[in-house]
Design a protein around this ligand. Structure first.
Ligand code: NAP
Length: 234
């Protein structure tokens, strides 16, 4: 396999594990980072997904260097947690802008060449919180739930061109994002998970790689939970 893969937010955590997974499969991988470039066997490009011009520059650079993007993993995301009464409008809108509108920006740009090629794979990284909800994360949960309706709409728009659009919904994963919560809160999350532990970033990368594989050619509009059973029932 030597597909052109673009992973947004590939500087650390789930995005970096995903980029490493695709590189190990023999794909040509580009990652975007916002603040600090990662090192690895991939092309690293600075791109703030909240800026349309950054997204345009990134795709143009990937196309020039590696070719048109065939697999897009929209993974970049942030949290700005607060209980609703303390949540500022900026906390809400900035999370929507990065997590949901950011996905819109990169998907819109990626589908230009996918439509020409009449094939493509798009995987959006949502969260178990998008379906379960989480006190203190109304902004984040709204952005992650929004990705599901967004992905399913694209799946319908682009199905006839053999472009699949799927969502991965991780539970708690061992990354900087969760480490910021502190050990006690993290253990409390792990205790809620039927499998009794949080995930490794590589376990999420495996599910993403599956959705980009030939075995997943007939899967589109799906939400794949990778959450140790935390969100089951939805
Ligand atoms: P992380 O370690 O905090 O990494 C976040 C990544 O997103 C970094 O590469 C960061 O770039 C990038 N990023 C943030 N804002 C960006 C922006 N405006 N433009 C471009 N890139 C931006 O997070 P993670 O835990 O790996 O999470 C990755 C994805 O999985 C997120 O969408 C998150 O919501 C989702 N998720 C995580 C968990 C979890 O438990 N960790 C669970 C469910 C879903 P810089 O390094 O340059 O800042």
């Amino acid at each position: 396999m030597s597909r052109v893969v673009l992973v947004t937010g590939g500087s650390r955590g789930i995005g970096l594990a995903t980029a490493q997974r695709f590189a190990a499969l023999g794909d040509k991988v580009a990652v975007t980072y916002n603040t600090a470039a990662p090192s690895g066997d991939f092309l690293a490009l600075q791109c703030d997904v909240t800026k349309e011009a950054d997204v345009e520059r990134t795709f143009t650079e990937v196309e020039k260097t590696l070719g048109p993007v065939e697999v897009l993993v929209s993974n970049a995301g942030i949290t700005k947690d607060a209980l609703l009464l303390r949540m500022k409008e900026e906390d809400f809108s900035s999370v929507i802008d990065a997590n949901l509108t950011g996905a819109f920006r990169v998907c819109k740009r990626a589908t230009q060449s996918m439509l020409r090629a009449r094939k493509g794979r798009i995987i959006l990284v949502s969260s178990v919180v998008g379906l379960l909800g989480q006190a203190g994360q109304a902004n984040y949960a709204a952005s992650k739930a929004g990705l599901v309706g967004f992905a399913r709409s694209l799946a319908r728009e682009f199905g006839s061109r053999s472009i699949t659009v799927n969502v991965v919904a991780p539970g708690p994963v061992d990354t900087d994002m969760t480490r910021a919560l502190g050990d006690e809160k993290l253990q409390a999350f792990a205790d809620l998970v039927p499998l009794g532990r949080i995930a490794t970033a590589d376990e999420i990368a495996g599910a993403i790689a599956f959705l980009a594989s030939a075995d997943a050619a007939y899967i589109t509009g799906a939400v794949l939970p990778v959450d140790g059973g935390l969100g089951m029932g939805h």
